[in-house]
Write a new protein. Sequence first.
Length: 87
Amino acid sequence: MRERILFDIFLFFLVLYAPYWIYLPALILGIILFPLFWESVLFSLFIDYFYGPHTHSGSIFAFPFAIVASLFTLALIPIKESLRLHA
């Protein structure tokens, strides 16, 4: 639990100050390593809000990275359970 909180703080500062080629692999690593890493969706919304396309149409595609992170997190649930990568 402590590692997850430290990783969240680390990832938060990466999203704020690092370029995308650094925080995106770190976000994917968090999704793979931690069980049910729903913080990835929150960070993805944060990324989309600050760095994503600024559309005012009210479309669901205003947050494309958050949708991808949600689907990636959900898709890895059965794979993680079958491989038992996490504790």
